[in-house]
Design a protein around this ligand. Structure first.
Ligand SMILES: Nc1ncnc2c1ncn2[C@@H]1O[C@H](COP(=O)(O)OP(=O)(O)OP(=O)(O)O)[C@@H](O)[C@H]1O
Ligand SMILES: [Mg+2]
Length: 252
């Protein structure tokens, strides 16, 4: 489904990704862990073509995005839905217009038909119909995540990226969002990459875990493997220890 090889990304002179390799198979739910600022969001944005890479190959559905015309690469990337970390909704558009935006402006769909799909997706993520005509500013954090999720699902993606879907939500709303992710990923056999610091969430949604450190994936395995590993980097992260190899380098 997705294969990333030897990815290098430098931003403002700082090397963020440094020879990163990552594969996601059909229908697999992969969770990427890593410290704040380690480049997790940059990784997803680079795959989506929103951040430029210096080196490396990105293969989506068996096609190397650099070996095809720009339009074809864009179409490949359109088969990936994204729930952005900050929501990234348009403040001046209503909920249904946000959900339908890509359908109308990206795919040229008739607004009436796109509105119908927006309503269906709202139902799928348990958003009430009356919310369709509200603006993002009047929504709660949990509702904003649902709108983001509905928008990510609207384009019928083959794969979805979730960037911190439960951050800032109360434990109950977090669980509802986790359930929605499991439902939308497991039930429709979508491939997914989720970035989260929320280990409860990880336990609910992950088929596999990958750990990002110093620009590379330094460990990957199952949730069970994560719980039992002796790898000092993973142990420090999972046990939330303030000292260890993840922090020692900086003298923390
Ligand atoms: N557009 C950009 N231009 C310059 N630097 C950037 C840009 N986007 C991100 N960075 C830098 O890249 C590094 C990695 O950022 P990124 O947002 O990927 O971290 P993250 O792992 O997602 O962190 P968090 O868990 O806090 O969300 C940071 O040092 C950040 O300042
Ligand atoms: Mg991030």
């Amino acid at each position: 489904m997705l294969s990333v090889k030897n990815l290098h990304v430098t931003l403002n002179g700082k090397q963020i990704l440094n020879g990163l390799d990552l594969d996601v198979t059909d229908g697999e739910s992969l969770v990427v862990l890593g410290c704040s600022g380690s480049g997790k969001s940059v990784l997803l944005k680079t795959i989506l073509g929103l951040v430029k890479k210096q080196q490396g190959t990105i293969t989506i559905d068996g096609v190397d995005v650099d070996k095809v015309k720009r339009k074809e690469a864009e179409e490949l990337r359109h088969c990936i839905g994204m729930l952005f970390q900050g929501g990234a909704l348009f403040d001046s558009l209503t909920v249904w217009e946000n959900i339908a935006f890509g359908l109308i402006h990206g795919k040229g769909m008739d607004p009436g038909a796109a509105q119908q799909i927006a309503f269906e997706k709202m139902q799928q993520v348990d958003l009430e119909r009356r919310a369709a005509f509200l603006y993002p500013a009047s929504l709660s954090g949990g509702m904003l995540k649902r709108v983001g999720l509905a928008r990510a699902l609207a384009s019928q993606p083959k794969m979805i990226f979730f960037d911190e879907p439960t951050t800032g939500l109360d434990p109950i709303t977090s669980n509802i969002v986790n359930d929605l992710i499991v439902r939308s990923v497991k039930c429709s056999d979508l491939g997914a990459i989720t970035i989260t610091h929320d280990l409860d969430s990880l336990r609910q949604i992950a088929d596999r875990v990958a750990f990002l450190f110093e620009g590379k994936i330094i460990w990957t395995g199952s949730v069970q493997g994560m719980d039992s590993t002796e790898n000092p980097y993973i142990r420090q992260f999972i046990d939330a220890k303030t000292s260890g190899p993840l922090t020692n380098r900086n003298g923390h």
